[in-house]
Design a binder for this molecule. Structure first.
Ligand code: GRG
Length: 301
């Protein structure tokens, strides 16, 4: 597909992202003023990490999922913020010396480099807790807030994000095949994508078939996103990525390109994204969700 066609085909997503990103940032900004009992240095470090210029892809997915089921996306803003808080916490902890030991994130020194390791751990702890406060206070009616809390807790928990991270940390010392790698990424990266779609659906009061479509879309996009992240680690440059590149190979980590080769990995990502589009085919307003799959395929950061 030519680059002109890519521009056209991604536009419905890009337009939505351009309009929603400032609103997401404003909401996150408001949520991190805190009262006088929050130590100034903690407030500053939380805002340093959370408000740093990320793509806000997961919160945008929450809003798009709500919209695709006929809801005003503004109703889903607390869920969008909660998901971004979990994502930011996971990045801060993943960057720690005891984990991935990264010094650059979102184009800035990582949280522990700037504020020290203990504070970085506590920034993650604070964001993890606050995500559930934001959901329980901001989503109505209460039954939907409870369902959102349950989904997000499950996606962040031992069988998903944390479990995937544990297996990922052990991965460099283990021989593994594509199936085991996929199992790690379904939990480490995919679970939060899936939860983003599910939370948007819950807020919108999605029917079971709509929820099923959103769940399948989230799983496929999440996995494709991770495969392309592996490819960007080879192809990308640190300036546009805002993080160090080439680390996977240096650490001997199993990745899709290492196991399948670069062309086959790109092919697998394309196939997953086509399946994602197929999953939401029947939704009333799936145009932006479809456009996002093309964006994921050609993103450079
Ligand atoms: C510490 C419990 C715990 C989990 C960490 C998220 C994670 C698990 C590790 C991050 C490492 C990593 C590079 C994962 C690959 C995919 C991914 C999550 C990339 C970062 O997401 P982007 O590109 O980041 O959406 P921005 O900064 O744009 O929000």
């Amino acid at each position: 597909m030519s680059s002109t066609t890519f521009t056209e085909i991604t536009e419905p997503f890009l337009r939505f992202a351009r309009s929603q990103r400032p609103q997401i940032d404003e909401a996150l900004e408001r949520l991190t003023h805190y009262d006088g009992d929050c130590p100034d240095v903690l407030r500053e470090a939380i805002r340093y990490s959370l408000l740093a210029p990320g793509k806000r892809l997961r919160p945008i997915l929450v809003l798009m999922a709500a919209e695709s089921c006929g809801s005003d996306p503004r109703r889903a803003m607390p869920a969008a913020c909660a998901v971004e808080m979990i994502h930011a916490y996971s990045l801060v902890h993943d960057d720690l010396p005891s984990m991935d030991d990264d010094r650059l994130r979102r184009g800035r020194p990582t949280c522990h480099v700037r504020y020290g390791e203990s504070l970085a751990i506590l920034v993650g702890d604070a964001l993890l807790a606050q995500a559930f406060e934001v959901l329980s206070a901001g989503i109505t009616p209460p039954a939907r807030a409870l369902a959102c809390c349950r989904r997000l807790a499950s996606a962040a928990g031992p069988c998903s994000l944390v479990g995937g991270q544990v297996d990922d940390l052990r991965a460099s010392s283990m021989a593994m095949g594509p199936a085991e790698l996929e199992r790690i990424h379904r939990r480490k990266t995919g679970a939060l994508f899936r939860a983003s779609l599910q939370l948007g659906g819950i807020v919108a009061g999605a029917s079971p078939s709509e929820q099923e479509a959103l769940t399948s879309y989230g799983e496929h996009v999440g996995l494709a996103f991770q495969i392309l992240d592996d490819l960007l680690d080879i192809w990308g440059n640190p300036t546009s990525l805002g993080k160090s590149a080439g680390k996977d190979a240096a650490q001997g980590k199993p990745t899709y390109p290492a196991l399948l080769g670069e062309a086959a990995s790109a092919g697998r990502a394309e196939q997953l994204l086509a399946e994602a589009r197929g999953a939401v085919d029947g939704l009333k307003h799936a145009e932006r969700l479809c456009a996002l799959t093309w964006y994921v395929l050609q993103r450079d950061h």
